[in-house]
Design a protein around this ligand. Structure first.
Ligand code: GLC
Length: 821
């Protein structure tokens, strides 16, 4: 500049300065003006002063934007499995801008300088780049800045602590082993760089598909923009616009995939601790569950089953006969899940280690020596799950467990967790042939480990659905595995945070989620434990777990009251399995979560975001759960629009109001949405046991229309993909006063011969017909929980609480059944 000063006239210098302030400073490099445009069907390639971009229409509602300082590399993603659909897109341009118009969305790219804006077809701004900032680079970090719209809210972003509405906060994605994390700690274990923005009765989703450390800013330390970016790689995001959040989740999971049906047993209650051993202790736990009539489907073994924490070994003294263990447990209706860690101990003579070295499957430093880090077994190597070779090798290991009858794999420590928590940057990952550094490989390691375990198990077992659980992951993890929220604490704030984590994961495409019920670190008191078990019954993966040095945390370890409460809610869970299983089926079809944040259905109701109501959530489409601490005796519940029923008493509450509600320790407040159709079965002690041949259909009188897809299959194989299922659409048509069970579909017969219809909110004066014929019905008293004998200090909960319903029995014929009133 000094030399220039001497030669350039002053006017020219001023011009240069203005141009520089628009386009870039040496430290922050913007995209600059668009120089070249190439239109190719539904894709546009752009060259700007400083960057290369590609905009692709994926569907009328989904547009992808890629950008880099260098020419774009061949496309590759661990998350996205969808290809662009053939879509009608009208693309026009002039000197100043280019527009892409689909049936649902309009994108305008300004050329001088480059900036993008998304509009509704009638011209409302959905999201636009912040003028002057748009997309820029600071060294290798790339960030896109979006104008912060008035009143804009942000939800989702996967497993993130903090409030439901993320406005005012910033987040980092870097999978981290965060033992006993704080309720505001960030990041924790997994990365899902997908969020939903909400403003002016509009909502949209943005998915940044970049596995480097990514950062999101929703107005933290700034009042101008929301932004997303990563420490390397491309700016690569998918913009999704629909009128309803549910459809955004549908489109997002169309991109990143959906879960398959889980094994039915994995929806039952799971008992765990760090750790149950030896085998006799496992049998004692199993026996006690049965003796105390606590329904359960699984026991999980933590790291002490291994020989000195060496993965794919058994401690021969503690577990001399694993096949006998799994088979004895199976006879008791219990399945075994085993923890698996990625670290392979570097010990001569240990076959897994020697085989891994021989096959050259471990991640390496840049000088080709295997990386060594320390974890439970001591110094370890770590398989490269981002390579075909690494995954195939792992398949062979997992087979050993499948072969002895293990039904579930719990993938832990896969951030990668090592003592010191600093995997060096110069460790290389194959990244399916791309050979990248730790900076790019880190966030997908957990996803790819879960994938390798899943695929390995499938290979070994053929057609049997495995259960997979993971701690770390990346967008798309729902295709392979359930996830749990790691090492929480036995504290009330953690229980409530856990609920929000599951809600947020649900908004981010993951339906099968859980948290350590009862808390991992520390010891819950009776009230906290009891409440947590109730919430567990209303969460997708229901597992009780606690750390190595804590007190016993089985349902019977907290006295008679906690036992009765736990049993009550586990019983309820088992009776609700037909509803829950159907809700999981919905997740396989459209990605809708089981823990359904109220932001999905009541997106524009400001009340649901208030901190006192933000923990409320839907459990499937019919229930709204209001979690409170264990010792609260009164609490405010917000009822969104519509009419609601108290699950236990049928008391009706009209929506759009908050209500102070009595909260007792033995009854988690749960409400049913009007017009709901909730299928339930008789109580069983395990899903291995058959319920009676009568399905009870609870129908709640209401003024809204409702659809419910009832679904059954064999619960354990993939035959349903070939038509072996039983499914029927059930609709509540409020105006016609009809409940229609449409003709059943699929090649399977239902488990149930009869349907007992129980009408809630009916006064007994209605004339009810089934397929046009008048039927009689009778009043019946329904009680979902047994009275708790000893605990309630006010003494008000000792009488059986319930409601009167109008009840009738019909044949579960395959044909259409119309019930009118
Ligand atoms: C990790 C897991 C925890 C497990 C422990 C021992 O902390 O998050 O669930 O019990 O390791 O394997």
């Amino acid at each position: 500049m000094k030399i220039l000063n001497k030669v350039l006239p002053a006017a020219l210098l001023t011009l240069c300065a203005v141009a520089a302030s628009y386009a870039q400073s040496p430290a922050v490099k913007g995209a600059g003006n668009v120089n070249q445009v190439q239109i190719n069907g539904q894709q546009v390639k752009l060259t700007t002063q400083n960057a290369f971009a590609e905009v692709t229409v994926y569907s009328p509602s989904v547009i992808r934007v890629r950008m880099d300082k260098q020419p774009l590399q061949p496309d590759f993603s661990y998350a996205v499995i969808a290809k662009p659909q053939q879509t009608k897109a009208t693309i026009n341009q002039d000197n100043n801008q280019l527009s892409i118009i689909t049936d649902s969305l309009k994108l305008v790219i300004s050329k001088k300088p480059y900036a993008v804006a998304f509009y509704t077809p009638d011209g409302k701004v959905i999201s636009e780049d912040e003028k002057g900032l748009t997309t820029s680079w600071v060294n290798e970090s790339v960030t896109t800045y979006k104008h912060m719209q008035d009143g804009e809210r942000f939800v989702g972003l996967g497993e993130k602590t903090g409030n439901l509405d993320r406005k005012g906060s910033g987040y980092t994605n870097w999978n981290s082993d965060t033992f006993g994390y704080r309720t505001d700690q960030d990041p924790i274990y997994s990365t899902i760089p997908f969020y939903i923005g909400i403003h002016h009765n509009l909502n949209y989703g943005i998915f940044l598909d970049n596995t480097f450390q990514s950062d999101f800013n929703f107005g933290a330390s700034n009042n101008r923009f929301s932004s997303f970016g990563a420490r390397g790689g491309e700016m690569n995001y998918y913009f999704i616009y629909h009128k309803h959040v549910a459809d955004i989740i549908n489109s997002y999971t169309n991109l990143t995939g959906r879960m398959k049906m889980p094994p039915l047993w994995s929806l039952g209650y799971q008992q765990n601790r760090y750790s149950y051993y030896p085998d006799t202790e496992v049998y004692r736990i199993a026996q006690t569950l049965r003796e105390k009539k606590i329904p359960a489907d699984g026991i999980t073994l933590d790291i002490h089953y291994m020989d000195k924490y060496k993965v794919f070994t058994w401690d021969k003294t503690r577990f001399p006969d694993p096949a006998k263990l799994t088979s004895k447990l199976k006879d008791m209706g219990l399945r075994l899940t085993l923890i698996v860690d990625p670290g392979v101990k570097t010990e001569a003579g240990y076959p897994v280690y020697e085989d891994g070295v021989k096959n050259n499957v471990f991640i390496k430093y840049s000088d080709s020596t295997n990386y060594t880090g320390q974890v439970w077994p001591g110094w370890c190597h770590f398989p490269d799950f981002t390579s075909d070779k690494g995954r195939s090798w792992w398949h062979g290991q997992v087979k050993k467990y499948a072969d002895v009858g293990v039904d579930g794999i719990w993938n832990d420590m896969n951030e990668i967790a090592t003592w010191g928590q600093k995997t060096p940057d110069n460790v290389l990952f194959n990244y399916d042939g791309r050979n990248v550094s730790h900076l790019q490989g880190h966030n997908v390691y957990g996803l790819e480990m879960a994938r390798a375990s899943y695929e390995g198990y499938l290979k070994a077992s053929g057609n049997k659905r495995p259960f997979m659980l993971t701690r770390a992951g990346y967008a798309g993890l729902q295709r392979y595995t359930a996830i749990w929220t790691g090492d929480n604490r036995a504290e009330e704030d953690h229980m409530l945070l856990g609920v929000r984590l599951l809600s947020s994961l649900g908004l981010s495409g993951v339906a099968f989620t859980g948290m350590d019920i009862g808390g991992f670190t520390g010891n819950p008191n009776v009230a906290l434990y009891s409440r947590w078990m109730q919430i567990g019954a209303f969460s997708p993966y229901f597992r009780n777990h606690t750390a190595v040095n804590t007190k016993s945390a089985e349902p019977w370890a907290f006295g008679e009251e906690a036992l009765e409460i736990s049993r009550n809610f586990i019983n309820l869970r088992y009776r609700l399995l037909p509803y829950l299983y159907s809700t999981f089926y919905e997740a396989t079809q459209n990605g809708h979560p089981v823990v359904r944040s109220l932001a999905i259905d009541y997106t524009f109701d400001p009340k649901i975001y208030e901190t006192q109501f933000q923990n409320q959530y839907g459990f499937g489409n019919s229930f709204m759960v209001a979690p409170f601490g264990g010792v609260d005796s009164f609490g405010a519940v917000y009822f969104p629009e519509g009419n609601w029923y108290n699950l236990y008493t049928d008391e009706q509450i009209s929506g759009k109001q908050e209500k102070l509600t009595r909260v007792s320790i033995n009854k988690l407040p749960v409400f049913v949405k009007e017009s709901s159709i909730v299928p339930m079965q008789s109580l069983i002690q395990s899903t291995a046991e058959k319920p009676t041949d009568t399905l009870t259909l609870h129908i709640y009188k209401g003024n809204r229309n409702n659809n419910f897809v009832y679904y059954e299959d064999d619960g354990e194989s993939y035959d349903y993909e070939k038509g072996s299922f039983y499914k029927r659409l059930m609709t509540y048509n409020a105006a016609a006063k009809q409940i229609v069970l449409n003709e059943a579909q699929g090649n399977r017969a239902s488990k149930f011969k009869y349907i007992k219809v129980q009408l809630h909110g009916f006064d007994g004066k209605e004339k009810v017909t089934v397929n046009g014929r008048s039927v009689s019905y009778k009043k019946e008293f329904v009680s979902l929980l047994n009275p708790i004998s000893t605990f309630d200090p006010q003494g008000t909960d000792n009488a059986p609480e319930g409601s009167n319903v109008q009840s009738l029995l019909i044949d579960n014929s395959k044909g259409r059944i119309v019930l009118a009133y």
